[in-house]
Design a protein around this ligand. Structure first.
Ligand SMILES: C[S@@+](CC[C@H](N)C(=O)[O-])C[C@H]1O[C@@H](n2cnc3c(N)ncnc32)[C@H](O)[C@@H]1O
Length: 190
């Protein structure tokens, strides 16, 4: 997406890459999820990416970030992109916020937060996702990539998460080699 290069956002923090951004927009176009949850806003690149598609059909995105400075940048980017009216930011720790959502609240969840939280948040992500809802997680292929050593401690939690998702009786899932790997799952109809 030219957007990344135009804004220079990637110069300053890790955000989803072009292919992952395009894939998010494609899934939104296919599925048209009304209530979207993003866990891990950063400066709002993936949220804006999704919002540009979601606003076409009346969707909205709740996004969670605990870093106040990042959230302020995100808010600025939402306003600049004209999507602030459909992206409420929840400022706080996902470990506290996610368990507080009611069951079956979201049509799509995109998780791109601290990798150590992936296995920790999984049960709640399944609980708050509607049946038939889509669950996507970025960086799922870290375990098979050549990574900068600073990311090595993120490999084990992602391995654990991938195993838990594959074994879940509530999810149909697959791992796609898009960007740094996207785990895509659908919550089964009970
Ligand atoms: C990889 S970045 C998100 C990038 C964003 N999805 C994008 O592509 O534009 C991960 C973000 O999660 C935030 N984060 C990490 N742990 C968190 C937690 N426990 N609660 C809320 N946010 C957290 C970090 O501050 C960081 O901004």
């Amino acid at each position: 997406m030219d957007f990344i290069n135009q804004t220079g956002w990637t110069d300053f923090v890790p955000v989803v890459d072009d292919d992952a951004a395009r894939f998010l927009q494609l899934i939104l176009q296919i599925k048209r999820p009304k209530n979207i949850l993003e866990i891990g806003t950063s400066i709002g690149f993936s949220a804006v990416t999704m919002a540009l598609t979601a606003r076409q059909y009346g969707g909205n995105i709740t996004t969670i970030e605990f870093d106040k400075t990042a959230a302020e940048h995100a808010d600025m980017n939402f306003k600049r992109s004209g999507v602030d009216d459909i992206i409420p930011i929840e400022l706080g720790d996902a470990r506290q916020i996610v368990p507080g959502f009611s069951g079956n609240s979201f049509d799509l969840i995109f998780q791109d937060v601290s990798k150590r939280l992936y296995p920790v948040l999984l049960k709640d992500c399944i609980r708050i996702l509607k049946a038939g809802g889509v669950f996507m997680t970025d960086d799922a292929l870290f375990p098979v990539m050549e990574l900068d050593p600073k990311y090595h401690d993120q490999v084990e939690p992602i391995c654990e998460f991938n195993r838990l998702v594959a074994a879940s009786k509530d999810l149909e899932s697959t791992l796609l080699p898009i960007g740094d790997g996207i785990m895509v799952a659908v919550k089964k109809q009970q």
